[in-house]
Design a protein around this ligand. Sequence first.
Ligand code: GDP
Length: 297
Amino acid sequence: MFESLSDRLSGVFDRLTKQGALSEDDVKTALREVRVALLEADVSLPVARDFVKKVQEKATGQAVTKSVTPGQQVVKIVHDELVAVLTGEGDPGALKIDNPPAPILMVGLQGGGKTTTTGKLAKRLKDREGKRVLMASLDVYRPAAMDQLAILGQQIGVDTLPIVPGEKPVDIARRAKTQASLGGYDVYLLDTAGRLQIDEVLMQEVEDVSKAVSPRETLLVVDGLTGQVAVEVAQEFDAKVGITGVVLTRMDGDGRGGAAFSMRAVTGKPIRFVGLGEKMDALETFEPERIAGRILG
Ligand code: GDP
């Protein structure tokens, strides 16, 4: 288990003399602990450094409130700053899906939870917003992935585009668009192929599909347990196709949420949803407070 930041800091401050305001030295000592805690929570080094600098400016000279210890006070400053960085504008779960049929492109590496999340999101849009949803798999390299989406569709009562063997991803995307228009669907979700790592072919394909349908939302699905890799993946996808948000999966595991923080800090793109299990209803709107709490431990 990790030592929580609150515990670390109370230890540090026990050794310091109590004064009326947080001195520069107090803050420096505390922030060393904060930096370690952030790194342990998988926040990337440059992001942790920047963050600590910001907190240092905020905390130095701040009067110590009588009701809390200096340690608690630093934890609060850190917490509030984490939440401030993590909080996007408006409701993270509100997708741009007016003007039907609205295309949503799902991108990410293989195994990140893309297909599962496509199903979860389709179910959410259908059940909570009463939308007519169509899903299509563009993973022509893995027929099993196409079947997986079709099976999920049957389970949750959402239509999937019929599979045509041999069809190219861009053509499937175009067919989905036509089908969505003719069939009176509100939204169509395109589940793109993933690779084990980012490569040119994958990126070109996602770019071509994106150009073909002009997605209203491009959601990057990443495994919340992957830490630093997730940040690089987010940067690459954002540079190539311009993501509009991130879905962080496997947050039911013991990931500390640092990846979410780094991704937000580096790309500026909002985290929209978190995956909390394999079941089709295990998708929740992102809550900055919860991740901040996890990072602090
Ligand atoms: P894809 O290759 O990106 O399409 O990944 P899949 O959707 O096939 O997911 C890979 C595995 O991760 C499957 O076994 C999913 O059930 C599992 N999975 C996806 N999202 C979550 C999640 O939020 N929590 C947990 N525990 N498992 C998940």
